[in-house]
Design a protein around this ligand. Structure first.
Ligand code: GRF
Length: 189
């Protein structure tokens, strides 16, 4: 009964989850990476950390239901109980959601419900707000709408650039996500 992380790109949050689970000896293992892009850096990270991974490319399937069914079959094969989205750039459809309701969490780089969607950090920076942050939430049918589990604020300072703000947010993500995921899977939320 393990955790699957879903990632599409860099995978720095995946890395921080693996590093913490190894360092802290989590009860529940990170048993699988699911990646939808063959060239994602997240795959290299899985190889380096010796975490099993499956690259499942949606372009190889006739439709989203069949793509997601392949993911569900893979999750069953690896006896996955918890799904942790970490930069997975697709909307979870009902084929995955129905069998895993309440068992999927996501991390988003803003204080939801402000700045949902793919460009949250840039939109907060150009708005400009003085405080943004990080949200960890359950997944439901909507986009960035599920019940909120944890949030942490990050200040946007006068001398911040977009790059420095991104850096501050990622540092909070890398600390907060492993802590929350561990509590969640160990039943201590
Ligand atoms: C993170 O900022 C996360 O909040 C968002 O996508 C980004 C993924 O970054 N959902 P990485 O691939 O973990 O480096």
């Amino acid at each position: 009964m393990g955790i699957a992380v879903f990632a599409s790109g860099n995978g720095s949050n995946f890395q921080s989850l693996i590093d913490c689970s190894n360092k802290e000896n989590w009860e529940v293992p990170i048993s699988l990476l699911i990646c939808d892009r063959p060239n994602a850096k997240a795959i290299e990270r899985a190889q380096a950390a010796k975490v099993p991974y499956r690259c499942i490319n949606p372009h190889d399937f006739a439709d989203k239901v069949r793509y997601e069914q392949e993911i569900v079959n893979t999750l069953e094969e690896y006896q996955i109980k918890w799904i942790v989205l970490a930069g997975y750039m697709r909307i979870i459809g009902e084929t995955i959601l129905n069998p895993f309701i309440g068992k999927i969490v996501n991390i988003h780089p803003s204080l939801l419900p402000a700045f949902p969607g793919k460009h949250a950090i840039e939109e907060a920076f150009t708005y400009p707000v003085k405080i943004t942050g990080v949200t960890i939430h359950f997944i439901d049918e909507g986009i960035d709408t599920g019940p909120i589990i944890a949030q942490e604020a990050v200040s946007v300072d006068p001398d911040d650039t977009l790059a420095s703000l991104e850096d501050k947010i990622h540092r909070v993500e890398h600390r907060l996500y492993p802590k929350i995921v561990r509590s969640w899977v160990e039943g201590k939320l």
